[in-house]
Design a protein around this ligand. Sequence first.
Ligand SMILES: C[S@@+](CC[C@H](N)C(=O)[O-])C[C@H]1O[C@@H](n2cnc3c(N)ncnc32)[C@H](O)[C@@H]1O
Ligand code: SF4
Length: 370
Amino acid sequence: MLKLQKLFDVSIVSYYNLTLIVETMEKGDVKISDKIKIFIRYNTWKKLYNLIVTGIMIFFRKTYSYNYPIVVYIEPTNICNLHCPGCPTGVGIPSNREKNTLKLKQFKFFLDQIKDFVYSINFSNWGEPLLHPDILSMIEYAHRNHIRTCMDTNFNINISEKKAESMIKSGLDLVTVSLDGFLQKTYGKYRRGGKVELVKRNIKTLARMKERLNSDTPEIEIQFLIFSHNINEVDAVKNFAKQAGAKFTSKYGRRPGIEFDPHPDEPYAPEYGDCIFLLTITTLNSDNGLAPCCLSYYKKDDFGELTSDFNFKRFWNCENYIYSRALFSRMKKVRRSASNVLKEKKLESPCLRCPYYTKKDKRYGQMGIL
Ligand SMILES: C[S@@+](CC[C@H](N)C(=O)[O-])C[C@H]1O[C@@H](n2cnc3c(N)ncnc32)[C@H](O)[C@@H]1O
Ligand code: SF4
């Protein structure tokens, strides 16, 4: 009976881990049948092997990890043309990083060390990726190396037919466009400095060029962050998405203040499950800093640097990674001693401040700033 119970627990944990991996792998609101198609499209034997090793590492909550990440975040630039009040870049919170654009050469040097194992790259972090002059070359390089490519954008630069054609030809798989308002006065309350009609026009241009070139990609996804000022325009943007042949997804954004809260009287108790990011993803920032997670913003929270002698395996198992992974061990004793060691060794880890670890969250504040 005990054995049966154990087998049941193991299956539940394995299934749970699998769903976490799938969630990490496929960005966007993706149907299960499409998830399978994407998986088959980008899979190789090497990636599958790495995926299995990753599953084992997660199952045993290993601190020294024998896998490679399956998803990578690349920050082409930390410069932005808008001033969203809930984004640390938008309001100019000092991260102790210069304003940068990642060099194409550095990006290739980094990717070359892990490209055989990575399923997907998200070209966005703390800035507007389309402001980078080489963004499409980066996407093209990843695409040529058989990696799914995704990008979040505020779409506030002019997308001519020629530019749309280059986006399509780069091989970009998914573009998630931030559009959280139908009218300018609504949209501009969060996307400060942005022009809603320009975003809509760009979406239509891209959709038209996809049709003209008979291309299924990039899939266009419109992402609507719900706040108090725009909740009445969700349906209008949803209809716009439908007409433009784009997918629509909405979610509650991190609220920069009570005035943005659509439900200030509701109790707020978000559930933070297990974090598997330390074993599945990594982030290259535009200043060559390497962070364990796309939620971390400050330079001091980086775990490494892309120097000329950079070695991914060494970085992936550096002390910061090992002790941060130990924070999520299944054993209470290990978790407790990990936080002490981090403090004793004066090692920075954004995980110590992360809601996945502390299990506490504030309803208001800057997104991802930890
Ligand atoms: C920092 S942005 C960078 C990409 C691009 N500049 C943009 O805004 O789409 C990355 C993602 O964070 C989202 N975001 C912005 N403010 C947010 C908030 N308060 N809560 C949750 N997500 C937010 C953006 O909509 C985007 O999908
Ligand atoms: S959320 Fe995006 S558009 Fe807004 S300030 Fe941040 S990086 Fe710029």
